[in-house]
Design a protein around this ligand. Structure first.
Ligand code: GDP
Ligand code: MN
Length: 393
């Protein structure tokens, strides 16, 4: 689960990680007021107006503006607010800016990169630090891997002094900077563990004029598996407008659904079967429009919701229902398909492969539905059929 920069920074503050003074703003007036407050508090006219979207690369896309004075801050806010930002992380459709964050301007001595992530292989927290901060870290990793310094934090021992020295040396920090960096890394690791993060990234981490490190940007992802431990806080932090509407609808119905950019809608039970269905479609030259696992315990209602989500999508040019009935009964799937098409109609080809529990009943329901269904005996047959019917790639 992803949160906004200003929310991540609030967490950072709670853990004592140095950040600039900042105030979130939900519209242009609030942003101007925030700038006024910050200028009065800091005695400096320089403020930064930042778009709050769930994607990085805002700076290059015009979503971060360093300005002088309240009037200029208002202008910058007017410029950014409501705008669709297209960055290398948003996809071509971009993201509409609905929240802003106004911060005091900070003099940057140097920009670094710092990130913590879970390393499953070593069962540690992997720390990555680079003196090449602020810019596209993916490029640094590709072209100058030697400029990324790593350490693996064992949860039993925590951050070790030699790890701090190794990373600080890589960043080129002096004695004061190293101390400041060490304090930050310990606090960030503490936050990472206690708040169940999957990623905590600071880009840029900066060296201030005073020779201390500070987080100028902050990205935090939570590990959704730990939702039960933080339900109240995470639900309050979640910005529903940032989650694809269909994905949250699916989540509410207890479905595992992920939107993809192909044109073949898939309705499958079981994550493994869903994965192999996607593979098989690709093998025969098609592209799945989604990953969808209705699960074993799905009700007719949740199957109906699942099928409706697929039917509503404009990009779907064909649907493949691939069910192996075990705990899930084929007749429940068939009833869901019929109920959803009754409401929304069926304008694209539908290939159905049913096997397992109550398969005869399921087939009968579909046969009597009056729907134009192409039956398939195996997954491979079904995939080939739907790729052809949906018009290839
Ligand atoms: P991102 O592009 O989405 O990662 O947004 P960032 O928060 O990283 O901001 C982009 C860039 O804006 C940073 O790399 C900085 O160079 C610049 N920036 C952000 N805040 C300040 C500030 O307070 N002072 C100055 N001088 N530059 C800033
Ligand atoms: Mn950044």
């Amino acid at each position: 689960m992803n949160i906004h920069e200003y929310q991540a920074k609030e967490l950072y503050k709670k853990y004592g990680i140095p950040i600039p003074k900042g105030i979130p703003a939900m519209n242009v007036d609030e942003a101007a007021k925030a700038a006024e407050t910050l200028i009065a508090e800091t005695g400096s006219e320089v403020v930064v107006v930042k778009a709050q979207i769930h994607a990085g690369g805002r700076g290059k896309a015009g979503g971060v503006k360093v300005v002088k004075g309240t009037a200029a801050a208002r202008e910058a806010a007017q410029d950014i607010y409501g705008k669709t930002l297209v960055t290398h992380q948003t996809g071509p459709e971009g993201k509409v800016v609905q929240r802003l964050f106004v911060e005091q301007g900070v003099a940057i001595e140097k920009e670094f990169y710092l990130a913590l992530a879970i390393d499953r292989e070593t069962r540690t927290i992997a720390v990555m630090a680079s003196p090449e901060g602020g810019v596209n870290i993916e490029e640094v990793a590709e072209e100058h891997p030697e400029k990324i310094f790593k350490a693996y934090i064992d949860l039993a021992t925590g951050v070790m002094p030699y790890q701090i020295r190794h990373l600080a040396y890589g960043l080129g920090l002096d004695k004061k900077g190293t101390k400041s960096f060490g304090r930050m890394l310990r606090k960030l690791t503490d936050l990472f563990v206690k708040e169940d993060c999957s990623i905590a990234e600071i880009n840029p981490l900066i060296l201030t004029g005073e020779g201390e490190v500070m987080a100028l940007d902050a990205k935090v992802n939570f590990d959704s598996n730990a939702h039960f431990r933080h339900a109240e806080m995470w639900d309050a932090l979640e910005d529903k407008s940032e989650v694809a509407a269909t994905e949250s609808e699916a989540q509410a119905a207890g479905l595992s659904y992920i939107q993809l950019d192909g044109n073949i809608g898939c309705l499958v039970n079981g994550a493994g079967l869903a994965m192999s269905t996607m593979d098989t479609i690709q093998y025969y030259g098609g592209q799945p429009a989604n990953f969808l696992d209705v699960g074993g315990g799905a009700t007719q209602e949740s199957v109906t919701t699942a099928f409706k989500i697929i039917l509503r999508s404009d990009s779907v040019k064909g649907i493949f229902v691939n069910i192996f009935g075990g705990i899930m009964k084929c007749d429940i799937i068939a009833n869901g398909v019929v109920a959803a098409t009754k409401e929304l109609g069926l304008k694209v080809p539908l290939v159905v492969r049913l096997a397992g529990t109550n398969v005869e009943k399921g087939k009968e329901i579909l046969a009597n539905s009056g729907l134009n269904i192409t039956p398939a005996d195996t997954m491979a047959d079904g995939a080939q059929l739907i790729v052809k019917l949906a018009g290839g790639k």
